[in-house]
Design a protein around this ligand. Structure first.
Ligand code: ZN
Ligand code: ZN
Length: 251
């Protein structure tokens, strides 16, 4: 029996035919019921800024969030979809309920998303490195795995791009989600440290994270990696919170 088939059977055994978002019955292979799958495709297809990945009113409209400048120090950020259900619940299930196969489902959807395909085509895979946003050591031990690492590893395997771990996280900063933007930036100061500059120097670096809210975490880790002088610095995130959304400050 091929490994993939065994994995699918295991998945069905662990989560017998329930939608990862609404608990309705579904085919275990897709992880979502038909209704949620349609909603997911809508979130994936919503227009996004091609520099900062935040939602824009229509395709090619000027971005009201970054006004075309992107999010420093990134050249470009791309995303799978807007942080809303079913994507929101899938991420929650993946992170806090150890439904880890969802990380691979999301990675597969990222690889076939136009924005991600476009980004990956811009550079030579041999000169590119994927960098999962690191978790604080004890956080990773308690959760059992780093969801960004699982996603980055899967994308890397499919696209023949090596992973690199140039930085570590010195503190746990997840409680920052309830803080204002200014307080988040303060909270993230010195949260990351560069431990291996050589592995990304002169490379095209792509950070991988699950959710971008204000972008403060990505900026903090990006600034540290920038010290290693990569050729370019971009990011792939699963979901981007809509700054105009009612949940924006609460997540
Ligand atoms: Zn559903
Ligand atoms: Zn923008």
């Amino acid at each position: 029996m091929p490994v993939k088939e065994i994995a699918h059977r295991l998945l069905d055994f662990c989560y017998p035919g329930t939608c990862a978002s609404c608990d309705e019955p579904c085919d275990g292979r897709t992880s979502l019921c038909d209704d949620c799958m349609i909603k997911l495709v809508r979130l994936e297809m919503a227009p996004a800024c091609d520099r900062c990945a935040r939602p824009i009113p229509e395709f090619l409209a000027p971005c009201p969030h970054c006004t075309g400048d992107g999010i420093s120090p990134y050249d470009k950020i791309v995303r799978l979809g807007i942080f809303d259900d079913p994507l929101k619940e899938m991420i929650h299930q993946m992170k806090y309920h150890r439904r880890w196969p969802l990380a691979e489902v999301l990675a597969d959807r990222l690889v076939s998303h136009e924005s991600v395909k476009g980004l990956l085509q811009e550079t030579n895979p041999r000169e590119t490195r994927m960098v999962p946003v690191p978790l604080y050591h004890w956080r990773q031990v308690s959760r059992g795995y780093n969801q960004s690492e699982v996603i980055a590893r899967r994308i890397g395997k499919k696209c023949k791009i090596k992973l690199a771990h140039p930085a570590i996280r010195l503190r746990h900063t997840e409680t920052q989600t309830h803080l204002s933007r200014t307080k988040r930036i303060e909270n993230l100061k010195d949260a990351f440290a560069l431990t291996n500059a050589r592995c990304v120097k002169g490379k095209h670096v792509i950070l991988v994270d699950d959710v971008m809210t204000t972008g403060a975490t990505l900026q903090a880790v990006g600034r540290v990696i920038k010290e290693a002088e990569p050729a370019t610095l971009c990011a792939i995130v699963v979901a981007v919170a809509d700054p105009r959304g009612r949940d924006f400050t609460a997540i």
